[in-house]
Ligand binder design. Structure first.
Ligand SMILES: Nc1ncnc2c1ncn2[C@@H]1O[C@H](COP(=O)(O)OP(=O)(O)OP(=O)(O)O)[C@@H](O)[C@H]1O
Length: 290
């Protein structure tokens, strides 16, 4: 269910007019958005756009130059270790105990966070690491290590999960499995803040996205609404009985041609071609996302 406009939901995270300056570089310019409970929010932008800086501000690792941010009702400048009981963070694969087994890595955290060991097995199964349970973490592939770090971040069922490029480097089947896990966690009420370059992933998962370019939010809202807002040159894709594919602009001549093809029973399928988020980004900035 799209929840971006649901005013009854609790705000979990909020940024108001955040600016961050590093020397002569203004990394973030007037960033404002909020995330509600059970919402997956996508922060999309090319390398250097300011995504990591934003996560660092929201997790208390950096202070903004101006503006304010609140996470679970707490001012980001006042964030201390206590908040880690309620949030999970996956920004890289650091912090894995290489010499311990996959299971023991998670057991260490389960003990600290008073989590039932049964959840370790459940999660290993969910992320497809059950066969690696006894394997030393140092022997895992990059994608397997990424999944171990994800298990660690969600072990204690946090209210808010930060994910930096969570499926980059994973094969499509595993990426799909992980994306379905995110949707399940959302259904359970978890809010997820994710950064990604992958527009398809954002469209599939996110209730709302912000497109970031050079430190500025250039579009914000429900992915489908953003795409429809930029659908200014309507086009149609036709698949004919001959299997030929035709893409046609919306014009009186083309509409007549489509009508004729339909009357002659030559049309197998017809779709409207809305722009993708990637098309929107290119249109607004003149550049691609990667
Ligand atoms: N500690 C720092 N000192 C100086 N400049 C910095 C610092 N951290 C980030 N920047 C600059 O701020 C801008 C935003 O960087 P940031 O790492 O937030 O981008 P990003 O969108 O996360 O990129 P990527 O996708 O490559 O991780 C860049 O111009 C970067 O060079």
């Amino acid at each position: 269910m799209k929840q971006v406009n649901d005013k009854d939901n609790k705000v979990i995270l909020e940024l108001n007019h955040i600016e961050k300056v590093f020397g002569s570089t203004t990394a973030l310019k007037d960033i404002s958005f909020s995330i509600k409970q059970g919402e997956i929010f996508g922060f999309l932008g090319p390398s250097g756009a300011g995504k990591t800086t934003t996560i660092k501000i929201l997790t208390g690792q950096l202070n903004p130059t101006s503006g304010d941010a609140a996470v679970l009702g707490k001012d980001s400048k006042q964030i201390d270790e206590e908040i880690y009981e309620q949030i999970g963070i996956v920004t890289d694969t650091s912090g894995v105990y290489e010499r311990l087994s996959v299971y023991d890595n998670l057991k260490v955290y389960a003990d600290i966070l008073s989590v039932d060991y049964k959840r370790i097995d459940d999660l290993l199964l969910r992320v497809g690491l059950e066969k690696q349970k006894k394997q030393k973490a140092g022997k895992l592939s990059k994608g397997q290590k990424q999944r171990l770090v994800l298990c660690r971040a969600i072990l204690h069922s946090p209210k808010l999960l930060f994910l930096d490029e969570p499926t980059s480097g994973l094969d499509p089947t595993t990426a799909n499995q992980i994306q379905n896990l995110f949707l399940e966690l959302k259904e359970q009420g978890m809010s997820i803040f994710l950064t990604t370059h992958n527009m398809e992933e954002a469209t599939k998962l996110c209730d709302a996205v912000a497109l970031l370019d050079q430190g500025k939010v250039i579009e914000y809202g429900v992915p489908k609404d953003i795409c429809l807002r930029h659908n200014d040159s309507k086009r149609y894709k036709l698949i004919l009985s001959s299997q030929e594919e035709l893409t046609m602009d919306h014009s009186p001549q083309n509409i007549q041609k489509i009508q004729e093809l339909m009357m002659n029973n030559e049309v197998e399928a017809i779709h409207s071609c809305e722009p993708t988020l990637e098309d929107v980004f290119i249109k607004v900035t003149g550049r691609g996302l990667v």
